[in-house]
Design a protein around this ligand. Structure first.
Ligand code: PEP
Ligand code: MG
Length: 542
């Protein structure tokens, strides 16, 4: 039995088999070989293995997300058959008498640099693909293989750290819990865990080398503890606690269909935050009144090229149709900072959180923005869709956005394509937007307070920096006063205000938020009924 403490980002308890994702820890070393032909034989075998894995991924993607998204795995298979690439690897092994891993890694880097320096945008984008396939071959050469999360049993995912694009590619049905060595409580992995209602621990000082796939683990999000290879007594106690938790959840189910109304008749909307259409199942299951934050950037993550207008239109239309008349607030692209996408070629920045991100990219690269706006305006015809713009700091930005929306509208009119201009609101997640929220309230339809970024920018604390988790205090009086100020300014102009940051789900503050007069709280689907219970048991006038 090995026991470790970490920081819990979502409470819950599970027992299940472990899948260890060891990917960042493999260092490719250069070694000399006496038998270059044997090394070339190893490369050929690893390439065959890689092609078989890619074929499986292609078949799975084709079934689950369609031809357009699956095509990339076909392209990767073709790249692995490219003569120039294969000859470069073989030459290097023969002329320098070096090991296969090193030759593949270096050839991958060289080809990737060559593609990155080309003028053609399509060829430029292939740089990431070459790197990807080379890493796959190296993994196969080193015996790490491919962890195919589609063929495992539901498991506890143990990793060094997980990026948003990695988590977005995972089959959520197969994840019982996340346990990572790094990561911060405000990272998107944490947000995903809350969405999926599964326990997650970060900052766990475990050695991945000591862990093996298939071993059993207990993840206890209440105690912030993970136990590998638990003894019989621990297993039994865990199963008992899992049963108790299930019973509590069952009791909450009785609140489905009930209103979010206080004992003295005050109502509040409780909506859900989602990252993709696939999450709407959780929204419906938990009886959310609507979707208060659809993080549309997740459509852009985990792929090699921009999603087309058509792909986006289908996703947004499906969301509003599935929500059948309930409000669906779609936030426009919020890429940058922790959400990096290779094909945006954003470049390295010293301060990415204060950098080229979100609405700034959309205003500087209106073509990207317009594609998304066209998809949104078209999908708005099919249901109760609202658009929300992130990272706003000024009235001028809102006016620039409206000018682009006008252009898109004209284009759609000229092309005789059906559209609707929906409700348009902004996220309040910068101190600047709080301070001018009276002026912003004049020009937008609603405010949704993004407390994750608002806390980061107000307290000058990088939300991704795990060393600062103890200082990151969203209960800080400055934040609470800002929320009150924004709500009052919205109401003074007849607009509504909500919270869609993680603080909205903080049950210690639910009563206070209702008393402040917030109109909406948008939270992880797993929190909806818990908040409803608090609202229904409180009085505003106490
Ligand atoms: C926020 O900043 O509070 C927010 C909801 O947006 P994100 O977490 O996606 O940055
Ligand atoms: Mg934000």
């Amino acid at each position: 039995m090995q026991c470790f403490q970490g920081k819990s980002v979502y409470k819950g308890i599970v027992l299940g088999p472990v899948v260890v994702l060891k990917k960042n820890d493999y260092q490719v070393k250069r070694t000399r070989t006496e038998d270059p032909e044997a090394e070339i034989g190893r490369v050929e075998k690893a390439i065959e293995e890689s092609k078989a894995q890619l074929q499986k991924l292609y078949d799975k993607a084709l079934k689950e997300v369609g031809e357009a998204s699956a095509a990339i795995f076909e392209v990767h298979q073709m790249m692995l058959e490219d003569d120039d690439y294969l000859e470069a690897i073989q030459n290097m092994i023969r002329t320098e008498s070096i090991n296969a891993e090193y030759a593949v890694a270096v050839t991958g880097d060289n080809f990737s640099e060559m593609f990155a320096s080309m003028d053609d945008d399509y060829m430029k984008a292939r740089a990431a693909d070459i790197k990807d396939i080379s890493e796959r071959v190296v993994r196969n050469l080193s015996g790490q293989g491919d962890i195919d999360l589609s063929s495992i049993d539901p498991s506890v995912i143990v990793a060094d750290d997980l990026t948003p694009s990695e988590t977005v590619q995972m089959d959520k049905e197969k994840i019982l819990a996340f346990v990572t060595v790094h990561g911060s409580t405000n990272s998107h992995t944490a947000i995903l865990a809350r969405m999926m209602n599964i326990p997650a621990l970060i900052g766990v000082p475990m050695d991945l080398e000591q862990l093996e796939n298939g071993m059993t683990a207990v993840v206890d999000g209440f105690k912030g503890e993970v136990i590998f290879d638990p003894d019989e007594e621990t297993r039994e106690a865990t199963l008992k606690r899992m049963h108790e938790e299930e019973e509590k959840l069952k009791l909450l189910q009785e609140l489905k269909g009930e209103e979010n109304v206080t004992l003295d008749g005050h109502k509040i909307n409780i909506y859900a935050n989602i990252g993709s259409v696939g999450d709407i199942g959780y929204v419906l299951e938990n009886d959310a009144g609507g979707i208060g934050l659809f993080r549309s950037e997740f459509l852009y993550l985990g792929r090699d090229d921009f999603p087309t207008e058509e792909e986006q239109f289908q996703a947004y239309r499906q969301a509003v149709q599935m929500m059948a008349g309930k409000k669906v607030i779609i936030r426009t692209l919020d890429i940058g900072a922790d959400k990096q996408v290779d094909y945006f070629n954003l470049g390295k920045e010293d301060n990415p959180a204060l950098g080229y991100r979100a609405i700034r990219i959309c205003l500087k690269q209106p073509d990207i923005f317009k594609t998304q706006l066209r998809a949104l305006l078209r999908a708005a015809v099919y249901g109760n869709l609202s658009i929300m713009y992130p990272m706003i700091t000024s009235v001028e930005e809102v006016q620039q956005i409206y000018a682009i929306v006008d252009e898109v509208e004209k284009e759609l009119q000229e092309q005789e394509i059906q559209y609707r201009i929906p409700e348009q609101g902004i996220m309040i997640e910068t101190p600047a937007s709080v301070m001018i929220s009276d002026r912003l309230a004049e020009v937008v339809d609603f405010f949704s307070i993004g407390t994750n970024d608002l806390t980061q920018y107000t307290l000058a604390i990088d939300r991704q920096n795990e060393k600062l988790d103890d200082f990151y205090n969203p209960h800080h009086e400055a934040i609470l006063r800002m929320i009150k100020m924004v709500t009052d300014n919205a109401h003074a102009h007849g607009k509504w205000a909500g919270i869609c940051g993680e603080l909205g789900a903080d049950t210690e503050l639910t009563e206070e938020f209702v008393r402040m007069g917030l109109d909406e709280l948008s939270v992880a689907p797993s929190m909806i009924l818990k908040l409803r219970k608090i609202v229904r048991e409180m009085k505003v006038e106490e």
